[in-house]
Write a protein that binds this ligand. Structure first.
Ligand code: KG4
Ligand code: ZN
Length: 366
């Protein structure tokens, strides 16, 4: 991997929850990266995604109303190698050309993480190449760099996944400062729990947003907690209680008749808080670039509201490709490649892998 002018191939494996993902990215060893502080990234020099393959377990968990950890682990075991073969075939790159194997080290479900880590460590050991554990949220945070119109450092990142809602100040590759986060439920959880109350299948966020298209966002007034707190923290747990209280007051027939209005009103409450806090974070940091990442970033209403609010204040907003908002291997391969390319990390030939089910993004600051 050390030779100038060489192409570096990095394999990434994601298995933190209910998606198995494998991807291959490539970068030029001698490309000036622009990933360090005060420099601009150049799209042509960013690592390039060669192939990625994904298997979602959502259908398998749906009858249980949520992810069953043991089932998730067992399914990852069956999926990862076929996905790896798919990626190698699609990219036309031989396994012997791979220079480093990256895997999601955390946060996530311990058993599920161990599957990806075990496969990655075995592969790396068998080829005598370095192994690198990646932070799942860093993967999400950097996923917009996989899009056709990637952002430049520095920026504010709104990280909205199923398990996390955070606003991060991102100065450069590896330089992350937590500006605010949810004190209870994540935005994705608020979507999912509200969706469940409306009788929608797990995970429910996307289904709720589809219902909301036909509803009136002003029909019901749901709380916008901590909107005027002056802080960049969030709280979404009260929203679920408020939806439950509203539903209890209604007959089944009324709920059915008002389902789209309920969905639109829940979505409006979540989106308004996310947008106002993101704008406040831009103002506080005096940055003009917002990057959105994580599953809730696929929400069309959120995307449109952020585009409008950012353009009104002369800021620009960047999103991952829709298909890369939720968990995938591409973001893990990309995060590993950007860590290696910027000189933060080299990986290790020590194959004693470990996982971190609980892990703060602040711990991976370079
Ligand atoms: O980032 P992600 O795949 O998983 C975690 O790392 O947690 O995010 C999954 C979350 C789920 O809560 C799901 O309901 C939500 O993203 N989600 C959406 C949409 N698509 C996925 N929420 C709202 N609108 C959507 N279109
Ligand atoms: Zn995720």
């Amino acid at each position: 991997m050390g030779q100038l002018g060489a192409k570096v191939y990095i394999l990434g494996i994601e298995s933190s929850c209910d998606e198995s993902g494998v991807a291959l990215v490539k970068f030029d060893q001698d490309a000036a990266t622009g990933l360090r502080a005060g420099t601009q990234s150049s799209a042509t020099r960013l690592p390039q995604l060669l192939a990625h393959a994904l298997h979602t377990q959502i259908e398998m968990h749906q009858p249980y109303g949520g992810v069953v950890p043991e089932l998730a682990s067992r399914d990852h075991i069956q999926r990862i190698i076929p996905l790896l073969n798919q990626v190698l075939t699609q990219s036309g790159v031989g396994i012997a050309q791979v220079d480093l194997v990256a895997y999601t080290k955390g946060p996530g479900l311990a058993g599920a993480l161990l599957v990806g880590a075990g496969v990655a460590a075995s592969l790396a050991a068998s080829m005598n190449i370095p192994l690198l554990g990646v932070h799942h949220l860093e993967g999400h945070l950097l996923s917009p760099f996989l899009s056709e119109d990637p952002p430049s450092f520095p920026f504010v990142c709104l990280l909205v996944s199923g398990g996390h809602t955070q606003l991060m100040g991102v100065q450069s590759m590896g330089q992350y400062e937590l500006l605010g986060e949810s004190v209870d439920d994540a935005a994705g959880e608020a979507f999912d729990k509200s969706a469940k109350l409306l009788g929608l299948d797990y995970p429910g966020g996307a289904a709720l947003s589809q219902l909301a298209v036909h509803g009136d966002p002003k029909a019901f007034s749901f709380p916008r907690p901590m909107l005027h707190s002056g802080r960049l923290d969030f709280s979404f747990a009260g929203l679920k209680t408020s939806v439950l209280t509203q539903i209890k007051k209604m007959t089944e027939k009324d709920i059915e008749a008002c389902k789209t209005d309920l969905a639109a009103s829940v979505q409006a409450a979540i989106v308004e808080v996310l947008v106002k806090k993101s704008i406040a974070a831009l103002k506080q940091t005096q940055l003009k670039t917002l990057v959105v990442a994580g599953g809730v970033g696929a929400n069309q209403t959120l995307r449109e509201a952020l585009l409008k609010a950012c353009s009104q204040m002369g800021a620009k907003v960047f999103f991952p490709e829709l298909s890369l908002c939720t968990d995938n291997g591409a973001m893990i391969a990309m995060a590993a490649a950007m860590r290696v390319q910027s000189g933060i990390e080299k990986g290790s030939k020590c194959y004693d892998f470990d996982v971190k089910p609980r892990w703060s993004l602040s711990d991976v600051v370079a």
